[in-house]
Ligand binder design. Structure first.
Ligand code: ADP
Ligand code: MG
Length: 214
């Protein structure tokens, strides 16, 4: 299966829609243990990406990631802005123009998530978006290596992401604003983990549709 920048407009619009459809729920999560601006932060970035959709679609694979990273860095405030910008800039650094197949993407993705961990000085178990992104990256790498079908991989990643979100509920937050609450953050799902899951769901939906149409 080929994933390439021509898919980005569809990916960006689908992410925008899914975030919009879940905006109230996610805002309530961020209000409970954060400052309530997470959806607004993401939507500013998504809107900026939508404004540049044509330009992004015409770039080669590494340049598209670089452009996305630069736009996100400028448009999204808060902790999530610099973390997502780091993710995309490192996808750029670890991508090669001629290699945007799933195997190379899996490698680049694992390395980009490592960079996000370093940027936020955080890891799994701290009640953040990493509780979704880290296991999803590991599952992608394993599933691609195991030669699973694209449909099976996408289903699995969605399941891993859902489990990651649910796991944040019982964790005390040790990073980000929610860490100010310490043990009082227990019992709440992390908003950034939830939006990471929503992004993965949206991407899986677009890739599954593209895959079944070829
Ligand atoms: P802010 O916390 O600055 O208001 P957002 O509300 O946009 O920024 O994003 C909050 C989300 O960012 C949290 O729900 C959490 O998932 C994630 N996050 C916060 N700090 C970190 C960190 N150090 N590493 C990874 N993710 C983090
Ligand atoms: Mg916030």
């Amino acid at each position: 299966m080929s994933i390439n920048p021509a898919l980005f407009p569809d990916l960006i619009d689908t992410v925008a829609l899914v975030i919009q459809q879940n905006a109230e729920e996610v805002t309530a999560l961020d209000q409970a243990i954060g400052d309530g601006d997470h959806v607004f932060n993401l939507q500013r970035g998504i809107q900026a990406l939508q404004e540049h959709r044509k330009e992004i679609a015409e770039l080669d694979w590494p340049s598209a990631w670089q452009k996305i990273g630069t736009i996100v860095m400028a448009a999204i405030g808060g902790a999530s802005g610099s973390l997502y910008a780091t993710l995309f800039i490192h996808l750029h650094k670890h991508s090669q123009a001629s290699n945007c197949d799933l195997n190379h993407f899996a490698d680049a993705f694992v390395q980009a998530i490592e960079a996000v961990k370093q940027r936020g000085k955080a890891d799994v178990g701290e009640k953040t978006m990493l509780d979704v992104w880290v296991p999803v990256a590991a599952a992608l790498r394993q599933d691609v290596s195991a030669g699973k079908s694209v449909d099976a991989i996408l289903d699995h990643l969605c399941q891993v992401a859902a489990d990651g979100v649910e796991a944040t509920r019982d964790m005390p937050a040790t990073k980000g604003r929610a860490s100010f609450l310490g043990e009082r953050s227990v019992g709440h799902i992390d908003a950034g983990a939830k939006t990471a899951q929503l992004i993965i769901q949206a991407v899986a939906k677009v890739l599954a549709a593209q895959h079944s149409s070829v």
